[in-house]
Ligand binder design. Structure first.
Ligand SMILES: Cc1cc2nc3c(=O)[nH]c(=O)nc-3n(C[C@H](O)[C@H](O)[C@H](O)COP(=O)(O)O)c2cc1C
Length: 436
């Protein structure tokens, strides 16, 4: 029987999507620079038999709101304060089964760097590396890397195809038995089993070989989070799991069917790409207690920071518009199409003004907040899973680490009781567990 897949969302910064949440006394937001914080979360989620954790990563401090980054810094918006691959290496050393993934931009990192970094992580973790393939969306990110702006959006995924092809050619440069280690015959590596890549694309080329021997998985598990038509086509070709933000059942089912079809069109089996919408979960022993708890947590949300964060994703300085402007009247940018679509769906449904949008966005609006008892949450997740809305979820809690702990202690056992989730890891590598 098919089982669900679970991922934990991470950012190397003060807060995930509850903007202002770092001020809650139970938040670990002040420990953003401490590797122990991430090691603890990895251990918690491994105890819950999660498939993987994944770090988002943006290569800029967001400064779209009010002409600068003051609000974002003061109130602790989304900030990637640490380079995630190095944190994953630390997390690898205190875990043995959970997958360890990070975003790395195809637009800003050369394939040789990407291939080397993930091959190294795959060795360090003994086969648990994962790459969330992102194309980046902000010109300020490009400017940090010496470019004026990013490549035109229409070309970014074509370019990303080349980056992944180039990485693949590098990961293949060492045959599996090239490393010999024979002291007696003085053979460390059999050079006849190491090859040049000589990849040549339209935009880029790489010579190889990689210096890193073939890693346990050869290539990291490939993840993706785009939802434009071209982003979906890209996922159909490469993604082994895709993160989404849909939260209404018909939208989820349509997205699910569309991606699975694209996967099949690329000659892959539908189960080779897990579809994982983001959820936040707030638990209580009764519904009333869970609601009380959600209210207490959500009270930390800052509407100003919500608007600042929204400004970044829609590519507009929303401080320049009156708070009673209906969101439906604004021309929203398409840099992050999936995110903007979810805002638009919400705005049209709710006649939302900027004031309401700031408030809603501050309350983990990127991810629907599921509030209830463990059994109610398990019912909901089971329904989504069985009605082909998803293959599991990405947990993005309002509060870390408590949101992970509660889910692992209460919801996971309920899913396991229903045989919807593994009770033990069956395999050693990230990919084999994910495809199980
Ligand atoms: C859940 C989620 C996580 C994302 N994580 C990142 C990230 O870490 N870094 C990044 O540059 N973009 C990230 N993105 C943006 C997407 O990777 C993608 O580049 C963007 O949505 C534009 O593609 P699209 O128009 O096809 O949706 C994320 C998007 C979603 C929905």
């Amino acid at each position: 029987m098919a089982q669900m897949h679970l991922f934990g969302y991470l950012m190397a910064g003060p807060t995930w999507h509850l903007y202002g949440g770092w001020r809650h006394p139970d938040s670990d937001g002040l420990e953003a620079l401490d590797p122990a914080r991430y090691e603890t979360i990895a251990r918690i989620l491994e105890a819950g038999k999660f498939d993987g954790v994944f770090f988002v990563d943006f290569l800029t401090i967001f400064d779209s709101f009010g002409g600068g980054y003051q609000t974002n810094l003061r109130e602790a918006g989304q900030m990637c304060m640490m380079e995630p691959m190095q944190l994953l290496a630390a997390m690898a050393r205190v875990t043995s089964h959970i997958g360890l993934a990070a975003s790395m931009s195809t637009s800003l990192y050369p394939p040789f760097h990407i291939a080397r970094a993930f091959a190294t992580l795959d060795h360090i973790s003994q086969g648990r590396a994962g790459w969330n393939i992102v194309t980046s969306a902000m010109d300020s990110e490009a400017q940090n890397y010496g470019l004026k702006k990013l490549m035109e959006k229409a070309d970014r995924y074509d370019h990303a195809d080349e980056v992944v092809e180039a990485c693949d050619s590098l990961w293949e440069t060492w045959e599996a038995d090239a490393f010999v280690g024979d002291r007696e015959n003085n053979i460390y590596v059999d050079g006849s089993k190491v090859h040049y890549a000589n990849y040549q694309g339209r935009w880029l080329s790489t010579r190889g070989p990689l210096m890193t021997p073939r890693s346990p998985q050869t290539r990291p598990v490939m993840l993706q989070a785009g939802s434009s038509p071209r982003g979906r086509a890209f996922a159909g070709r490469w993604a082994e799991a895709i993160f989404t933000l849909q939260n209404k059942k018909p939208d989820m089912q349509a997205f699910y069917a569309d991606i699975k079809q694209r996967v099949v069109d690329h000659g892959r089996r539908p189960e080779e790409c897990a579809i994982l919408p983001a959820v936040d979960v707030v638990l209580g022993d009764t519904l009333a207690l869970a609601r009380e708890r959600a209210e207490e947590i959500n009270a930390f949300a800052s509407p100003t920071l919500g608007l600042a964060e929204l400004s970044n994703v829609v590519g507009l300085d929303l401080s320049a518009h009156p708070l009673d402007t209906p969101v439906a009247e604004l021309e929203l940018g398409q840099a992050y199409q999936g995110i903007v679509d979810s805002i638009r769906q919400g705005a049209e449904a709710g006649n939302l003004t900027l004031r309401g949008a700031g408030e809603a966005w501050a309350r983990n609006q990127m991810t629907p907040q599921l509030v209830g008892t463990a059994e109610m949450i398990a019912d909901h997740l089971q329904d989504l899973f069985e009605s082909k809305c998803c293959d599991g979820v990405m947990l993005c809690p309002s509060l870390s680490p408590g949101g992970y702990v509660e889910f692992v202690e209460q919801v996971v056992p309920e899913l396991q009781r229903r045989k919807l989730f593994r009770t033990e890891y069956q395999h050693k590598t990230f990919r084999s567990n994910l495809q199980n």
